[in-house]
Write a protein that binds this ligand. Sequence first.
Ligand code: DX5
Ligand code: ZN
Length: 230
Amino acid sequence: MEHRIAIAPSILAADFARLADEIQAVEQAGATILHIDVMDGHFVPNITIGPPVVECIRKVTSLPLDAHLMIENPGRCVDSFISAGVNWLSVHIEADYHINRTLSHIRERGVLAGVAFNPATPVSMLEEVLPEVDHVLLMTVNPGFGGQRFVPSSLKKIRKLREWIASNGFRTRIEVDGGIGPGNLAEILSAGAEIIVAGSAIFRATRSVSDSFSEMNAIAERHRKASQVV
Ligand code: DX5
Ligand code: ZN
């Protein structure tokens, strides 16, 4: 069953030479979504993976693929990622002059559309696009690298967004990304986040991938029970 609250392992922290095994490990541990970070060396200083790798990932897992495009002018590339097999696709509001067009195009192609935004971008920037998206990807670190510290002011932003979504009766999901692990997960869930991206806490922890995922999933499960949000 797909829950509204889910832990989304980010393969950025995985061992890329053993990617299929790493994906299998989180899938067996109970992951229901997989986060893929795409970086172009322009919007963010780092360069990661592109559509050919996504196509290969598509062949080794049936998990929904959640691609996070940290690239300039993402509108040029969304079709390649959709053809490669992604199911969720987020584009940064800071990187696209015509984000409304890009988001509608993603939806027309039958993929869940998300708007991503950086820690320094206010929630109010989303006003016009919020009704057009399936999810909002609220960055809780400055994008570009895994293993960074959670930006504390993000909690206030999550609460604000949650209130805004609730008061409008939207079904938009809040996804959060960066610096999240077992130590801060409970307060992030209480603030109103639903999809929790975690890279280092799952693939680079002292415990196995499976134990690390299960620990975070157990915290999410307690939250689901306490709040009645499945
Ligand atoms: C950062 C990426 C994140 C990253 C999170 O730019 O968008 O998805 O993988 O990594 P951790 O969980 O290590 O902060
Ligand atoms: Zn990400």
